[in-house]
Ligand binder design. Structure first.
Ligand code: ZN
Length: 331
């Protein structure tokens, strides 16, 4: 048993078809202060979560990794209830968001007064080994994040603490990159810190349309996420067609065994509900957690992507990710 889900440990063989980056719940830090007009209703959230889980499962998905950072409304009790009522396996993480949009004052003030990096490590290890809050639910991976064009000193505390926790436990690391930057640098930094590249997913790589940026990352042996499919034109994202062109090139170069496809959906916003300007609505009309299966997979097949390559991306890579054997980067 080497994968911790919100309902307990499973073996890698039980993972099955997996989406590695979907949020059941997410709130930008500060949402909790808008508590009158943006109040959280547990039963409504659970209802939406169950609907979403069932919709995802109708496409054969068995497992979802939910990388909501701790300070962005991670809610492991809700995830457990969704999982128990649907049978969808959900893996939650432990980690904080990038400096620009995370809740930085807490660990910055800790850092000003003492060894915050040590405390971050303690947080990771406790949530991985003992559990989150008093639930006994364990984090199945560490979530890291960096800024646009930079891994800041604040963010580096989390990277170093995560590497330490990884070396002790073999825990998987999944990241956020901002606006298509720092993918190769995140991979290099983590590998230099001693993290097994096989255990790393560099996230939001599909925010960058330069194939060389992808090659420089993949050559380090890490896995990458084309994990914002359907999210177009917002938060610095390119279009799906631009993403697919890069993906097809990487698949033709033999990189299927290092690529994950997901949507980075947010299914329940904390605080008041999201308001998207009318002009931006068409671009995100397909930003929902079954878009890949309904629209993208058929297009990939037409472009010559094989069943085997799809099987590798949806089923095999996640098994490899959670298999704690050390592999050496081949390039
Ligand atoms: Zn995300």
């Amino acid at each position: 048993m080497n994968v911790e889900t919100v309902t307990g440990p499973i073996s890698v063989d039980q993972l099955g078809k997996t989406l590695v980056h979907e949020h059941f719940v997410f709130g930008y830090p500060g949402y909790s202060g808008d508590s009158t007009l943006g109040r959280f209703h547990y039963d409504e959230a659970l209802k939406i979560g169950i609907e979403v889980a069932l919709k995802i499962m109708s496409h054969g998905v068995k497992t979802v990794m939910d990388p909501t950072p701790n300070e962005c409304g991670r809610n492991v009790r809700l995830l457990k209830d969704i999982s128990e009522q649907t049978g969808l396996q959900i893996i939650c993480g432990t980690g904080f968001y990038y400096e620009g949009e995370g809740a930085t004052p807490y660990f910055k003030s800790r850092a000003a007064l003492g060894p915050a990096e040590e405390e971050i490590y303690e947080m990771f290890i406790t949530e991985i080994k003992q559990g989150i809050e008093d639930t006994g639910i364990k984090a199945g991976f560490i979530k890291l994040a960096s800024s646009k064009d930079e891994i800041t000193d604040y963010e580096k505390m989390f990277f170093r603490a995560a590497a330490r926790a990884h070396k002790e436990t073999g825990v998987v690391i999944l990241t956020h990159t901002q606006e298509g930057t720092m993918g190769p640098e995140q991979a290099k930094f983590l590998v230099e810190l001693g993290v097994n590249p096989n255990s790393i997913v560099i996230g939001h790589m599909c925010g960058n349309t330069d194939v060389n940026y992808h090659r420089r990352t993949l050559e380090q042996g890490v896995k990458i996420g084309f994990d914002r499919i359907g999210l177009q034109g917002l938060v610095g994202c390119p279009t799906d067609q631009e993403r697919i062109a890069v993906l097809l090139e990487l698949l033709s170069e033999g990189y299927a065994n290092q690529i994950f496809l997901a949507h980075d959906t947010v299914n329940i916003w904390l605080g008041r509900q999201l308001v998207v300007p009318e002009a931006a609505l068409p671009a995100i009309a397909n930003w929902h957690p079954t878009h890949i299966f309904e629209n993208i997979v058929p297009e990939l097949r037409l472009a010559g992507v094989t069943d085997e390559q799809l099987n590798v991306m949806f089923n095999q890579n996640v098994k490899s990710l959670f298999t704690k054997t050390r592999t050496i980067a081949t390039n």
